[in-house]
Write a protein that binds this ligand. Sequence first.
Ligand code: SF4
Length: 327
Amino acid sequence: MPNQVVQCTACNHYCRISPDKTGTCGVRLNKNGVLYLAVHSRPSAVHVDPIEKKPLYHFYPNSQIFSIGTIGCNFKCDFCQNWSLSMERPGDIEDRCQQEDELTPQQVIDFCLRKKIPSIAFTYNEPTIWIEYNLDICKLAHQNNIKTVYKTNGFMSPEVRSELVKYISAINIDLKCFNEASYIKMGGRLKEICDNIKFFFDNNITTEVTTLIIPGLNDSPEELTQIAQFLSSISTQIPWHLSAFHPDYKMKNVSRTSLTTLERAREIGKQFKLQNIYLGNVSSQFTSTICDCGQELVNRSGYHGMVTGIRSGKCVSCGKGVYGQFD
Ligand code: SF4
């Protein structure tokens, strides 16, 4: 753009960035009229996790997943449960990134091949803001028969989603509330996120949705009804994770979500015939996957899942197809 301003197209903010400045996410910077990604090959969090921890419940249960994240975020949620990574706004972003060990896309793939890890998750902070890094990993993973998945706030631009859909196999999208004013306060917009949930589902990416239930913010029956109604309008098969909030970051004065609140939310989801509703961050009986016919399909306890009733993607008892991807 004029005067060496660059426009970023990674997420729906479409930031116009002046020279020597970064976009809202803090990691994409304009150097002499060229857009750079400061965190490419400089992750700040790397772990091997059970896939249930993402959470992804309909994608190869009980498998290990290489999980990687950087710093920065395009949202600013007061309740962020990963704020030490997402809210980092270093003075000199390049200096800060140089302090992290380098991890190139090829090194990620080599590690997964050596350790026989079948999939990679882009997670911990918003992966859309470091799309070039994770897309480079995706392309190499694709060539090496390793699957890739996104854990995201769902605010990626149409340009990014049409690239991602060529490579990723599964996605878990946060639907944090169903209220435009609340989303604007967090730094997003409801419509684009809803459009993206539908887009990935319709494009045959295994799509799961997570709502962190926060007392006083999104736990009213009306709002939960709107979320359940929306998900059900896409498909009654789409998995919905109802996750308990714990006091954190700027919301330390709000109490932890009770099991009763989560169970009430689950009942609302059931009224809209949502088949796969799971409670998270609490000890609960509602973590296993059960078929319409009553057959247990996947038994879960903590972060461990065991397929008990699926054969060739179908219920062993009634033969109905099970949403997702299984061995
Ligand atoms: S990723 Fe989003 S927030 Fe970050 S610079 Fe690009 S448009 Fe702005």
